[in-house]
Design a protein around this ligand. Structure first.
Ligand SMILES: Nc1ncnc2c1ncn2[C@@H]1O[C@H](COP(=O)(O)OP(=O)(O)OP(=O)(O)O)[C@@H](O)[C@H]1O
Ligand SMILES: [Mg+2]
Length: 371
């Protein structure tokens, strides 16, 4: 075990005070052999440079990350330029885009430089590509949320302007149209905020459903109140076919209404004006099997496996209609939490059918009696 000598201690006193949370009394305690092992095993690259900026030591991770076979004696700064790096943020703590030659990919490097005595420097080089990507996705997501909020808010405020200026002179029909726009915009905002909150609680593991004997017919009628203005605006008709025995299910009524609202919103949003949307419910063993079908553009086969992933949006509709890509992932969380399953059947230009199952109320009650 080696203690730093008294001269080092005094000279680095000021340096120690500069680092937040570090005390002057925090002396280094290390075992030479273990330290060497750690230097070799570390996944972060560590380099030491002399007063002229030349590399005097480098661990294997530094060779791997920087991809240079001859690191020693090279000038650290030049090396980063040669590696194709550009500075993103210029402080002691640099984040640089860089080419990772051994893996043949672009990535992001974080370089932290700590001055040592006599002009020497210690550089830590870390691959932070994954964190940078996460940050980029977060920023992109925030932009998308803002964009999604802007449309209904703009419609709300334009309609309210009209109310203030012309409400007294408007005909009944004009007022009805205006009220329709106000309602649709408010519903869209409500839908968006509800989906965002649910996505957050699914991610946090706090998402819950309250399953109880529920009338499917009732949830459909609650859903209609929500989606009718949207269907009307696109002159789409909704046909509901509920088979005998398919009304009583074991489900969370509010959540089931939400599943229907999400699926009908998708059908209405992505299918053309004037097309029909159908909801069918039939009994199948201990379950009620529900299908929501539209005559929209369908979904390319290679994308179908990803539809239930958060934020995924198909390339063929992304430009045409707004959305955050949350609806289907929330529907799946609800259906699974209730003990059912959900799947999609779709073919380009042939429309989309979403199938899901809900446990039948009476059947399950009978099963419970037997056991
Ligand atoms: N009925 C449908 N017809 C065509 N494509 C669909 C249909 N339903 C879903 N999709 C595709 O699946 C993607 C994911 O749907 P989801 O409901 O999860 O998100 P969204 O509708 O884009 O946004 P959000 O529901 O969060 O407002 C959609 O972006 C769309 O590409
Ligand atoms: Mg949706």
């Amino acid at each position: 075990m080696k203690q730093p000598d008294a001269k080092d201690e005094t000279a680095s006193e000021a340096e120690r005070r500069r680092i937040p949370g570090r005390r002057a009394s925090d002396t280094a305690v290390f075992d030479q052999v273990a330290f060497e092992e750690a230097f070799v095993a570390l996944t972060d690259g560590i380099l030491l440079t002399d007063a002229a900026g030349r590399i005097t030591s480098a661990n294997p991770a530094a060779f791997r990350i920087l991809g240079e076979d001859a690191l020693l004696d090279g000038v650290f700064e030049d090396l980063l330029l040669v590696s194709g790096a550009t500075t993103v943020q210029d402080t002691d703590h640099l984040v640089r885009r860089a080419w990772f030659p051994r893996e043949e990919r672009m990535g992001v490097l974080e370089i932290v430089t700590t001055p040592l005595l006599g002009g020497r420097k210690l550089h830590t080089v870390r691959d932070v590509t994954a964190q940078a990507e996460l940050l980029r996705l977060k920023e992109e997501f925030l932009m998308e949320v803002a964009h999604e909020l802007r449309t209904p808010i703009a419609a709300l405020s334009a309609s309210l302007d009209l109310v203030f200026e012309d409400a007294l002179t408007m005909s009944r029909e004009e007022l009805q149209t205006l009220a329709g726009t106000l309602r649709r915009s408010a519903l869209r905002l409500e839908h968006l905020v509800e989906n965002l909150l649910d996505a957050g609680s699914i991610e946090a593991g706090t998402f819950q459903v309250r399953v109880l004997p529920t009338s499917l017919r009732q949830t459909l009628s609650d859903m209609l109140a929500l989606v009718q203005p949207m269907l009307d605006a696109k002159a789409q008709t909704l046909r509901i076919e509920l088979a005998t025995g398919a009304d009583h299910v074991l489900a969370d009524p509010r959540r089931t209404t939400q599943v229907f609202a999400n699926l009908i919103t998708n059908a209405s949003k992505y299918a053309p004006e004037g097309t029909p949307v159908t909801i069918r419910a039939v009994t199948a063993g201990g379950f009620v099997r529900v299908t929501v079908a539209d005559k929209g553009p369908g979904i390319p086969a290679d994308e179908q496996a990803r539809l239930f992933q958060r934020f995924f949006r198909s390339r063929n509709v992304r430009e045409q209609a707004g959305g955050l890509g949350l609806g289907l992932s929330i529907c799946r969380a609800i259906i699974h939490a209730q003990g059912g399953d959900i799947s999609i059947e779709s073919a380009p230009d042939r429309g989309t059918s979403v199938h899901f199952t809900l446990p039948k109320a009476r059947q399950l009650a009978e099963e419970a009696d037997i056991s």
